[in-house]
Design a binder for this molecule. Structure first.
Ligand code: F6P
Length: 533
């Protein structure tokens, strides 16, 4: 496998010795470029140079090739002239007999250089090298100038946002937002990411940093700038280019491979530090109930958040619809259409188990669209006697088959939902098979169950979801522009609006058994397996 090549420029800046200092780095990989910077209070110039190199190299995957440019002869010579080996042999004492400063950073750098193939290149300080000048700007703007009461934060921010004139090149500093996708995947995630990046870039010239694999990437500082090139061609693609996880909670974090039944570590401070070091002003969380709850906790710790509601379950309060739902319903409806033919040909009772956890939206909508005879949802606990009555009634009218659409969280009256897995990670499942067996036993008719499972989360988003995702993403960019934080974008009626995060994380939006939609289903003869009809 050929290794990848990264071009890295680093620089440090220091206003006193020791004194407050900043560091900056630019990382280029093919067409992608990322800028990072940070600052420290009590430090030296050398320390900042080292920090810049360490922070930049941390971002690069192990095994790849790096050409690292620095204007610090000290740093470059340490590697190119073998000083480090000498220090190691001498017990970290310099040739002048003094202890080596910043040993923890040197050790980190050594560890990183073991994992990467680094070529150290000395560039001339204050030369016409544009990337070196750019790093110098990043480092100088990153100098902490807090007077202890946070009074200078604003000044620092303004400096960060100012248009900097560097040599002959005009460099526009841009505001930055982070974005991650959390929880189960669903169709439309890529469409949202694309809309956030394009909406923020085209309209306002803002930058977006994408974190990989949900909150895991935020904790591990695994992410990079995603530009319109990176999101080109993904509108119709299922899944998420950023990856996702519904296990990694920064407040209860476990390293990869550990047992999720054990308690983890609180790594929220690392997540916040990573946002700060990357100059990210606000985090956009594209997620369902679990991810939005985590986002809300971060907002309580002072991290500005914008939420975007995602889930095939359609169960989030504060929005009429979540993206992903329409695609899941379309997949389920197509499946019910296909199952109809076997049901009819074999005179069977066919049971289709769909997802939806605590809310019956997918079962209700797909059941209605696919002409299900019986729809079982968690909101209306069912009775087998009612299901049997409906099947027998159909038989008496010459319909020798029936279709039952059951939500995974549906359950008989007085019983709990069925779980395939309990404990800290719960997984529903099995109710379709149970209903099928029970109906066979009670009616003597042949019955089969089909579990649609993750088919509902896969594939291309429908046109409705693509449009909704695009509108949500653009609205998120607009909220960022207006600095309206700690809100979740939402749709009400056909209007894209926003709700407070607090509103968005309270409770679950479930099917109202008294709703017009349930009544419409009943009006055309659909049974909900309970005495309602
Ligand atoms: O919340 C979305 C969802 O697809 C539910 O409908 C389902 O119960 C759950 O996620 C499945 O999660 P996992 O992919 O972790 O099994």
């Amino acid at each position: 496998m050929p290794t990848e090549e990264y071009i890295v420029y680093t620089d440090g800046a220091c206003s006193g010795n020791p004194g407050p200092g900043g560091w900056g780095a630019v990382i280029r990989h093919g067409d992608l470029e990322e800028e990072i910077s940070g600052g420290e209070q009590l430090t030296t110039n050398q320390r900042m140079e080292l920090r810049a190199a360490v922070e930049a190299l941390k971002i690069i995957p192990a095994g790849d090739r790096v050409k690292l440019h620095s204007d610090s002869a000290y740093l470059v010579n340490c590697f190119n002239q073998g000083w480090i080996e000498k220090w190691q042999k001498n017990g970290w004492i310099t040739s002048k007999g003094e202890p080596v400063q910043n040993r923890e950073l040197w050790l980190q750098l050594l560890e990183l250089s073991d994992k990467l193939e680094i070529e150290w290149v000395k560039v001339k300080g204050h030369s016409s090298d544009q990337l070196n000048q750019r790093c110098d700007q990043l480092a100088r703007h990153a100098i902490p100038c807090d007077d202890g009461e946070g009074k200078n934060d604003k000044l620092q921010q303004e400096q960060m946002l100012a248009t900097a004139k560097v040599g002959e090149v005009e460099i526009k500093e841009s505001r930055r937002m982070g974005v991650l996708t959390g929880g189960g995947d669903c169709p439309g995630l890529n469409a949202v990411i694309r809309a956030v990046v394009k909406g923020a870039g085209y309209q306002y010239n803002y930058q977006v940093v994408g974190f990989n694999n949900g909150f895991k990437g935020l904790v591990e500082n695994d992410g990079c700038v995603i530009d319109d090139y990176a999101v080109s061609g993904i509108l119709n693609r299922g899944g998420t280019i950023l990856g996702t996880s519904n296990r990694d909670n920064p407040f209860d974090y476990r390293p990869e491979g550990s047992d999720y039944n054990n308690t983890g570590e609180d790594r929220s401070a690392d997540a916040i530090k990573n946002l700060k070091n990357r100059g990210i002003e606000c985090l956009v969380v594209i997620g369902g109930d679990g991810s939005l709850l985590l986002a809300h906790r971060f907002s309580e710790l002072g991290v500005p958040i914008i939420g975007i509601p995602k889930t095939i379950d359609n169960d989030l309060p504060a929005t009429d619809v979540t993206f992903g739902f329409d695609s899941a319903v379309t997949t389920a409806t197509e499946a019910i259409d296909k199952i109809h033919t076997t049901a009819e040909s074999h005179h069977r009772v066919m049971v289709v188990e769909v997802m939806g956890r605590y809310a019956g939206w997918i079962a209700l909508q797909a059941g209605m669209a696919g002409g299900g005879d019986i729809i079982l949802i968690p909101e209306l606990p069912f009775q087998y006697s009612c299901i049997v009555d409906k099947i027998m009634d159909r038989r008496s009218r010459g319909k020798k088959f029936s279709i039952i659409v059951v939500a995974e969280g549906a359950h008989p009256r007085g019983e709990e939902p069925l779980y395939k897995q309990k404990g800290s990670v719960k997984r529903l499942g099995g109710i379709g098979e149970q209903v099928s067996r029970e109906i066979e036993r009670l009616t003597g008719m042949e019955s089969r169950a089909t579990v649609l499972g993750h088919l509902q989360r896969g594939g291309s988003p429908t046109s409705y979801d693509r449009v909704l995702a695009t509108r949500f993403g653009v609205k998120a960019a607009e909220l960022f522009h207006e600095k309206k934080y700690n809100r979740m974008v939402c749709i009400r009626g056909n209007k894209i609006e926003s709700a407070t995060l607090a509103e968005a994380v309270i409770g679950t939006r479930r099917v109202d058994p008294e709703s017009e939609q349930v009544k419409a289903a009943m009006a055309v003869g659909t049974s909900f397996g309970c005495p309602l009809n």
